[in-house]
Design a protein around this ligand. Structure first.
Ligand code: NAP
Length: 227
């Protein structure tokens, strides 16, 4: 499949590497190709400059957001949550209509110094995207864990849980298939229902961020167990 990943950060790169390894035709989207390739310093999270990564991943293309999405079968939003709506607007509805739009982003808001969510509680980024692009088939998934775990769930001890939420059953099945190709067993994929389920999976971020301390890093995940 031809897959566009909007976002050059660690999530975009991790998803791109895995999808290319699985044989997909992958293009990463960015604001300005030349600006992204000319960066020489790691970002504030310590992620190395894009060019350093690209040199080792020549099978993944880099293009402007709109060019990456043009002609893609699936579009994945792996952009900064505060910028996601603007980025998707730059892509344009014409390149999103009818497509599966996999939303991996979280609407983190650092404006008050501590990590908060905006929107939260009665709305979510997933729903905002679905409302802004009513003909896109938005599926929220993978936003509840660190990038490395998204594409390699077996790196954790035991089977853990990944959520899907979206209004379109067929789109959710496409995403389930993708998740299974990443190594998520069928039973580990939990369907939260419609796209309003994104409120719940995004809200988990508050606890997830807090847990990085006691867990001594990001390599953990939620596991649902029943009697
Ligand atoms: N890091 C994780 O492990 C993790 C786990 C789960 C979910 N998430 C979520 O996944 C998303 C991606 O996270 P990340 O850490 O890989 O990258 P990030 O640093 O949150 O986002 C990087 C991308 O956002 C774009 N961007 C940032 N500010 C922008 C602005 N003002 N206007 C337009 N574009 C802007 C950048 O564009 P350029 O390419 O042009 O620079 C870049 O492509 C986020 O929503 C995050 O909350 C992250």
């Amino acid at each position: 499949m031809k897959i566009a990943i909007l976002g050059t950060g660690s999530v975009g790169r991790t998803l791109a590497e895995k999808l290319a390894e699985l044989g997909h035709d992958v293009t990463i989207g960015t604001r300005e190709v030349a600006a992204t390739l000319s960066r020489t310093e790691p970002d504030r999270m310590g992620t190395p400059p894009f060019q350093v990564w690209q040199d080792k991943h020549t099978n993944v293309l880099l293009a402007r957001y709109i060019d990456a999405a043009n002609g893609a079968d699936i579009v994945m939003n792996a952009s900064n949550g505060a910028a996601s709506l603007d980025i998707l607007a730059a892509v344009g509805a014409v390149h999103l209509d009818g497509k599966v739009l996999v939303d991996v982003a979280n609407p983190l808001d650092f404006s008050r110094g501590f990590p908060a969510l905006n929107p939260v509680n009665t709305d979510s980024l997933g729903e905002q995207i679905q409302r802004a692009f009513p003909n896109a088939r938005v599926v929220k998934t993978l936003n509840t864990m660190t990038a490395a775990v998204m594409v390699n769930p077996a790196m954790l001890a035991g089977e853990t849980t990944v959520f899907v939420a979206g209004d379109d059953a067929e789109a959710k099945q496409t995403v389930r298939d993708l998740l299974q190709s990443f190594g998520w067993p069928t039973g580990s994929i939990v369907d939260l229902g419609g796209i309003d389920g994104a409120r719940a999976s995004e809200a988990w971020l508050l606890l997830w961020i807090r847990l990085m301390g006691p867990m001594k890093g990001p390599f953990f995940n939620l596991k649902l167990v029943q009697t």
